[in-house]
Design a protein around this ligand. Sequence first.
Ligand SMILES: O=C(O)CCC(=O)C(=O)O
Ligand SMILES: [Fe+2]
Length: 326
Amino acid sequence: MAFHPSAEHSSMSAGPIPVLDIAAALSGDPDALEETAAALRTASEETGFVFMRGHGIPAEQISDGFAAAEAFHALPDAVKNRWPVNDAMEGYLSQGGATFTTSPDLSAKNRSDRNAAFFIGEIRPDGAIPCPDIPEFPAFRPAVIALYRAFLTLSLALLPLYARALHLPAAAFAPAFRNPMTTLRLTHYPPARYQPDEYGIAPHVDSSFITLLAQNPVPGLQLRLRNGEWADAPSLPGTLLVNTGDMLRRWTNDRFIATPHRASNATAQDRYAIPFFFHPDPDYRMTCLPRCEMPERPEGYPPLTPAEYMAWFNRNNYRHMAGKSA
Ligand SMILES: O=C(O)CCC(=O)C(=O)O
Ligand SMILES: [Fe+2]
């Protein structure tokens, strides 16, 4: 792993990915908020991925999440299929159920993605997290709920940083995230020998505003740099890997980039991944953010709601959603 510390924390990077310590900004120090937001602006304009340190989520909560993912996927199919993935994208999607194709320039003719995933969907208006209780595995629900809540709390706490990174008032995003669309995904990539055009997860950009990805001890994630080359994401213990999704890219009129990425498991061990996808409220109309106007597209993209975006995204990526309109 290439790791180049320097005097300025804002200019550290791990391989191609900048490393940002967010602790001081999250503590409410206004100078730290500005300094960290400036570094986040550069990372979001140039890389689209950033390792965040000082996020405050205990390592134990994350390792409990990985243990839950591993134990869930080890359950017999008959147990996992008690919660087949539904139209709200909640539940178990067995291998063969998805081919990521919403980025057609990246993945025109892919085979099915070689992963299975369990999706824990939207938090309910009363605050409940829709995670099933698995009698065969009682630790599952508490571990998943703790991690979901930690990721949700952190995502909300990052909004002032993203707002300042865009030169907006710190509270600018608050009205768009009153009841955010969020999904926690527990993915299993078994060891595999891949055919051409076959991946653990095919090249794609995430649908999200941002995605938080639990730091993964097993390699396999690659991102496509702006020069077109695919680079390995290094492992950086104690951090979270945060990337800009397509909604934030579109909302900022391409000022922040959504970087294509893909994952495969070429190791001899099982690989698990835990991304948390954070979107604005389903019915919030995203119109071009102030200061993101550009001469070639002065009004930005046409207004769009996350619900409309997700209907398109799910229809095109997941077999059971094909042909569904909302
Ligand atoms: O497996 C990984 O490391 C990343 C997974 C991913 O990109 C996704 O689920 O959207
Ligand atoms: Fe992704």
